[in-house]
Design a protein around this ligand. Structure first.
Ligand SMILES: [Ca+2]
Ligand SMILES: [Ca+2]
Length: 287
């Protein structure tokens, strides 16, 4: 089984492979790829294995005997915080430069030691080089960011909660924070929106540039609105070296308060995949 031909999902303590072996469009096989994880909160496939955020670790798992189950487990970096379970390291996403990017929330302080370098951070975008394993802080700030999308120009966008929901992040930037201290001598960078959608908790962002959908659905950013039960849409426009974004019609709205979209991907045949899950923690509909 090739993990590239299946869908990897994260459950509470495990990562699972969902397969459509007879290609009828429905999942018919579920294999537990790895167990014993700690609230796995990010996942990416690449370089012959699966990268998983399982705080305090970022792991690299491989299935060397092709039985569909991981049999090697490397701790790539360790020291990610476990103070706030809904601000854990998340959204592992490959960047256009080949680095693996991820996010961490402002109320989840982390300390990583690597190659005689010391990283103390909370709200931040970090990245890891897939071959050298080098860890870097790409930029800092925002709130509880979940979801990274790169547009056709390679610019990075993230969705965040409570404060403004959409941010264009650049290397070394220091962005407005929901909480916590700024580095000294910092010029604070702001979000790229002046509007809000319904409610304030966002999770998962996607830049869909396929022509499989009509033009009005393409080359926009769509964000899961987990309290609004919908997927919001914003449209980008260039402003100098950054962007501004304006709201568009929602991509979808559910009739169930437990519909909480946390991740979006472009799937086979350019289908848009939206993963809703019921959240029972601080971001659930009863919070
Ligand atoms: Ca099937
Ligand atoms: Ca195996």
């Amino acid at each position: 089984m090739s993990i590239h031909a299946a869908i990897l999902v994260l459950a509470a303590i495990a990562s699972k492979v969902l397969e459509d072996t007879d290609r009828d469009g429905s999942i018919d096989t579920v294999t537990v790829f790895a167990e014993g994880l700690n609230i796995p909160s990010g996942i990416a496939v690449g370089h012959g294995g699966v990268w998983v955020a399982s705080s305090p670790d970022i792991l690299f798992l491989q299935d060397t005997d092709n039985d569909g189950k991981a049999d090697t487990r490397e701790v790539v970096v360790t020291g990610c915080g476990r103070f706030d379970t809904h601000e854990l390291p998340n959204s592992l996403t490959w960047g256009p430069d080949g680095w693996l990017y991820g996010l961490n929330g402002v109320f989840n302080p982390s300390t990583i030691e690597q190659k005689k370098k010391h990283f103390d951070f909370s709200g931040a975008m970090f990245r890891i080089h897939a071959k050298t394993r080098e860890f870097q802080i790409f930029c800092q700030g925002t709130s509880n960011p979940w979801g990274i999308a790169f547009d056709g120009e390679g610019s990075a966008f993230i969705s965040a909660c409570v404060i403004d929901h959409l941010w264009h992040l650049t290397e070394t930037g220091s962005y407005r924070r929901q909480g916590g201290a700024y580095p000294p001598f910092t010029s604070i960078l702001e979000s790229i929106v002046k509007h809000k959608h319904q409610k304030s908790a966002y999770c998962g962002i996607h830049y869909f540039d396929s022509d499989a959908y009509p033009p009005e659905y393409c080359r926009h950013l769509s964000m899961g609105n987990i309290h609004g039960g919908c997927v919001n849409v914003d449209t980008l426009a260039r402003v100098g070296s950054t962007y501004t974004a304006t709201p568009g019609p929602d991509f979808l709205t559910a009739n169930d308060a437990w519909f909480m979209p946390v991740a979006q991907k472009t799937g086979p045949r350019c289908a848009r995949l939206v993963r809703p899950i019921p959240l029972l923690s601080g971001c659930g509909p009863r919070s």
